[in-house]
Design a protein around this ligand. Structure first.
Ligand code: SAM
Length: 285
């Protein structure tokens, strides 16, 4: 039967994006959020948490290339990586492509997200059972507070700051992250939209610049996040994303990417003037 379904993703009370749906593959309600996987006409399978688009098969490579490979090619020898959130598995998949990685721990609060993606979106979840994976179902906030383990890179692959992800945008969490990082550690976090979430982005950058000697932000373009332009924050105990970037390592790795390359790496940190104006006091390094 031909589907007449469309789903609408609302952003605040002023913007909505609509996607034609061919089939609803999974719909559930966990303790934390609603979780849906749908087959769309234009973007392949799509995961939504609380009605907000998390990943689509068509453009997830952009987000996952940029959250993972930017810090992984800045850190000279990353071995131990922690992902907070990331239940679809796309970030872990990209981390695990780096053969020097010894262990990739992923702390996702919602088992339903992981299970729905395992079943319906193997494109992102295919490496969740990799021998180097340490998958923890739990709150990322608690994990970094209690962890005695130190990490080279921490990737905060979280939802927007609502529900269980709200404290992931707070100072206490980032103090704990700082304490969990090795002396040459880097943290990259989902940094929201420079158009629509200026307050949130500025707050996150002000927290990072208070705690870390290097705090910067980089952009990427995306099909399915509101406004098309989205960001990651980059903070470290010393490593600089451009000055310490050895672009030869990309070639040496033998890895091929559909979005990431050496020029994208450098260009992503060049911010448009309107963003630079807002973030200037917090850009350090
Ligand atoms: N690419 C995505 C985006 O920004 O749209 C993020 C993808 S991933 C699915 C985000 C995950 O973060 C969700 O599955 C959510 O359950 C998880 N999450 C939210 N709060 C969390 C917390 N406190 N601890 C661990 N995971 C959390």
């Amino acid at each position: 039967m031909k589907s007449h379904l469309w789903i609408e993703e609302k952003h605040g009370d002023f913007l909505a994006m609509k996607y034609k749906v061919e089939e609803v593959l999974f719909s559930g309600k966990s303790k934390f959020q609603s979780v849906d996987v749908v087959q769309t006409k234009g973007h392949g399978k799509m995961l939504l948490n609380d009605g907000l688009v998390m990943v689509t098969e068509r453009d997830e490579f952009i987000y996952h290339d940029m959250i993972a490979h930017v810090p992984l090619f800045v850190h000279p020898n990353p071995k131990n990586v922690l992902i907070i959130g990331g239940g679809d598995g796309g970030t872990a998949r990209e981390v695990l492509r780096h053969t020097g990685i010894v262990r990739c721990t992923m702390v996702e609060i919602d088992e339903m997200v992981v299970e729905a993606c395992r079943k319906f979106i193997p494109q992102t979840s295919k490496d969740l059972d990799h021998p180097k994976m340490n998958l923890v179902i739990g709150d990322g906030l608690d994990f970094v507070k209690k962890s005695k383990e130190k990490f080279d890179i921490i990737l905060v692959d979280s939802t927007d700051p609502i529900g269980p992800a709200q404290p992931l945008f707070g100072k206490e969490f980032y103090q704990d992250i700082f304490d969990c990082l090795n002396d040459d550690g880097i943290v990259v976090s989902q940094g929201e939209s420079g158009f629509y979430e200026v307050k949130m982005q500025t707050k996150l950058m002000s927290i990072l610049s208070d705690l870390f000697p290097v705090s910067l932000l980089y952009n990427f373009s995306n099909l399915t996040y509101p406004g098309g332009l989205w960001s990651f924050t980059f903070a470290s105990k010393g490593l600089h994303p451009i000055n310490d970037f050895n672009e030869k390592r990309i070639k040496e790795s033998g890895l091929k990417f559909d979005y990431y390359n050496k020029d994208i790496h450098k260009g992503a940190f060049c911010l448009p003037s309107f963003m630079r104006k807002n973030l200037e006091p917090y850009l350090k390094g």
